[in-house]
Design a protein around this ligand. Structure first.
Ligand SMILES: Cc1cc2nc3c(=O)[nH]c(=O)nc-3n(C[C@H](O)[C@H](O)[C@H](O)COP(=O)(O)OP(=O)(O)OC[C@H]3O[C@@H](n4cnc5c(N)ncnc54)[C@H](O)[C@@H]3O)c2cc1C
Length: 438
């Protein structure tokens, strides 16, 4: 690809992450459709053990952003597989109740949703963590909560209010990304061109239709003409691109799962657990209690130690924030304490975590008097729902009033969900991909 060159495709997909990998595979099944997939990150797919989160300061597989919250920065995956190649490998479905509105208003029956989640379980190699793989903290956490509430059978794929063993996309203890599950199988198709190191600067077109994209590849400008552009650049990347292109008006509302960390010191440092998170509790008022298996510093290179923690995340309805732009730069505001704080849901869950960490179940793990609640809420790295399905877009992610422009990624989640977003972003990519090729 030479500088200033110009190319044609039927469809241009921006971003080879969780959703873009699915869309590229689906849309290139028909050999007559010329699909170009443009990815800003490196060409070599990332693999490796789940006990390493490749998101430290020197990783070339993430892009960092600062937020308006002083001192709070966020990262997003960058490369083939996008955030699915660097995330925590937690792959829980949304609760059925999170999907009820989608089933009622949207084109997909509960059976189609179930079938698409089942496809993902196979394609993404999803399985629960097994008893003999649990860390000491996860065992204590499960012992504590199973004596106090409902417990989901780990093989049941639908989460419950109560104790949920995490289901994970993995091969043994290795990561299994959307590249592994989808894009890798399609990448050698002659009608699919994947260009890495390709930073899409602008979606071209007038106010009412797109005509392609302007990209920088290897420092030089390249232009792709196409009647259909699908933005799969992730919530932040897509928002940034469409705001810069003048195709949506900012600021956009977003939803984040802000999280309060309850830290403690360990009596003994044990062997490195196989992953960061194996077990969670979902509360009746929409919080997720996360038993992190150890200090994040043990999983992320270049991050200073801050001690192990249990997190309480405000999942549903989540915390409203904003995505905008100022001086050509994207601005991210993850929002502050919200309705779930004023209703007491977060403080109640934090109180129950403090009680748990001082219980008999944790006596061999937690150093006495070391439990401390971190004051400033942290982030789950889940910002989503800037262009919700059925509101800002139609049910194929088509943006109102701009012919040929679709958005399929975390931006279109219709709400925040009681579980993490990964499985459900991929679910929407499967369903919309089927509808687009159907
Ligand atoms: C560190 C971390 C841990 C997480 N852990 C979990 C978890 O365990 N479970 C869970 O449910 N969720 C988790 N998440 C969230 C989840 O992984 C993401 O919400 C999901 O992967 C997002 O998918 P996506 O398709 O919207 O975007 P992404 O997968 O982020 O893909 C976007 C892609 O677009 C590319 N891109 C962006 N802008 C451009 C541009 N202008 N030109 C070209 N390419 C561009 C990016 O490089 C990237 O590859 C985590 C997220 C992070 C960052």
């Amino acid at each position: 690809m030479t500088a200033s060159s110009r190319h044609r495709a039927d469809v241009v997909i921006v971003g080879a992450g969780s959703a873009g990998s699915v869309l590229a595979e689906r849309l290139s099944r028909d050999p007559r459709r010329r699909v170009v997939l443009l990815e800003a990150g490196p060409a070599a797919p990332l693999s490796g053990p789940l006990d390493t989160l490749p998101i430290g300061p020197s990783s070339s597989y993430v892009r960092g952003y600062t937020t308006v919250d002083r001192g709070l920065s966020i990262v997003r995956g960058r490369g083939l597989g996008g955030s699915s190649a660097v995330n925590g490998g937690y792959f829980l479905r949304w609760h059925r109740s999170d999907l009820a509105d989608l089933v009622e208003r949207g084109p997909w029956s509960a059976q189609r949703i179930e079938a698409a989640y089942r496809e993902l379980d196979d394609a993404m190699s999803v399985s629960p963590w097994h008893d003999d793989e649990l860390s000491d903290a996860s065992v204590a956490f499960e012992n504590y909560w199973s004596a106090r509430g409902d417990v989901r059978d780990p093989d049941d794929p639908w989460p419950i209010v109560g104790l949920n063993r995490v289901r994970s996309n993995r091969r043994g203890r290795l990561r299994f990304s959307a590249f592994d599950g989808y894009l890798g199988a399609a990448i050698s198709r002659p009608n699919l061109t994947v260009v890495s190191g390709a930073d899409v600067e602008r979606v071209r077109g007038g106010d009412t239709a797109v005509s392609g994209v302007d990209v920088v590849v290897d420092g030089g400008p390249v232009r792709f003409d196409a009647g259909q552009v699908i933005a799969c650049a992730g919530t932040i990347g897509t928002g940034e691109l469409l705001l810069r292109s003048g195709l949506v008006a900012g600021p956009l509302k977003l939803i984040e799962h802000r999280e309060v960390l309850v830290r403690y010191r360990r009596r003994h440092v044990g062997t490195l657990p196989p992953t960061v998170l194996q077990s969670v509790v979902h509360t009746a008022d929409g919080c997720e209690i996360r038993c992190y298996t150890d200090d994040f510093a043990r999983f992320i290179d270049g991050v200073p130690g801050s001690g192990p923690a249990v997190g309480v995340a405000a999942m549903s309805p989540g915390v409203p924030g904003r995505l905008g732009s100022a001086g050509g730069e994207v601005t991210v505001d993850l929002g502050g304490p919200s309705a779930q704080w004023s209703a007491g849901a977060v403080d109640d869950a934090v109180g129950s975590v403090v009680q748990m960490l001082t219980s008999a179940e944790f006596a061999d793990i937690v150093e006495p008097d070391s439990v401390a609640v971190q004051q400033d809420p942290s982030t789950s790295q889940h910002a989503c729902a800037t262009l919700p399905l059925g509101a800002a877009t139609d049910w194929t992610g088509a943006v109102d009033g701009v012919d040929g422009l679709h958005v399929v990624d975390g931006s279109i989640l219709p709400c925040a969900g009681r579980s993490g977003p990964h499985a459900t972003i991929m679910l929407l990519a499967c369903l919309i991909g089927d509808d687009l090729i159907g």
